[in-house]
Design a protein around this ligand. Sequence first.
Ligand SMILES: *Cc1c(COP(=O)(O)O)cnc(C)c1O
Length: 383
Amino acid sequence: MRFNSKVIHGGQEPDKAYGAVMPPIYQTSTFAQTSPGNHRGFQYSRSANPTRTALENAMASIENGNYGLAFASGLAAIDAVLKLLNPGDEVISTNDLYGGSYRLFKKIFENYGIVFHFMDMEEVSLVQDQINERTKMIWLETPTNPLMNIIDIEAVSQLATANGLLLAVDNTFATPYLQKPLDLGADIVMHSATKYLGGHSDVVLGALVVKDEELAKRLYFIQNASGAVSGPMDSFLVLRGIKTLHVRMQRHCENAEAIAHFLRKHPKVDTVYWPGFEEHPNHDIAKKQMVNFGGMLSFVPKGSDYKVTLQFVERLKIFTLAESLGGVESLVGHPASMSHGSMSKQERDKAGIADALIRLSVGIEDVDDLIEDLSQALDESLI
Ligand SMILES: *Cc1c(COP(=O)(O)O)cnc(C)c1O
């Protein structure tokens, strides 16, 4: 089955009880047993719930994996992956990654003796220099947040394999519509399904997909033992969101492309970060590993003027100033104070995140309305 059919049918079968076409929301904590241990595959909803299983199967299908796991949030999914490690183990990670992942690594898991190295992975040969006998995992995000750098998943995966390391890829920004990390050699794909997979800004949920059975067993054990599972209603919402993923992504990409070109030509805009530009430093890799360039972009106003940034975001009428991304509605964010506010100024500077940087999650509204909104907000801002 092709991707556009998999999002609708992948891993799904009509409900066994009444043939319901959509999986019912099995809002139950427990399941009747006829005698101890004799049940129909479900015992207790932390271990497994039919609605969650339907979502997990759909996730495995659209990422070309064999096993899916759904969690209460994207961070809960990352938390489960890190619990594969032991004190003393080291992880190499991209440096401009999602602020919450950075906080989880530094403020929680470093206390348990896991060591994190953050680096620019665009130059893959530099990753090799960071590997030592304690390195166990590479954590990679591409496109990176918020600077839209692109990392060559296949090249990093070859390095990981050669050194016996696990490669985990946060595929939240791209979604499997644009890139499939498992096909490129990754061991674990992670999603904040809160974003594009859910797609309607109405649910918080995380997911993992793997191919390897042993790895899946270890993760299922952690999922059940730690217990940060997604509830039936939330699982249902993401399952429903996935069914329109391909249609939404197509429009997100088209709208973002038009906006990227509009901003690049605008006299008050300095740098625009969007991997679809030919002069983007990793444009060729983006073209190689992605089907299109996604719905996210960032830009800095002329003169890196923080005042302009504030005026601009306050003047927008259709773009809503809010955390998060990937919903049908357009959002604007200010990484330095919002998504990346838990990084120090020094850490942000190191990652190249300017104080004036503005991030857009381009929605699927009429693109002319979006451009008019950006245009009026830029025109009326200082400079
Ligand atoms: C939002 C996000 C997360 C965290 O997911 P939650 O669902 O908010 O816990 C992780 N990675 C990326 C890239 C994200 O955008």
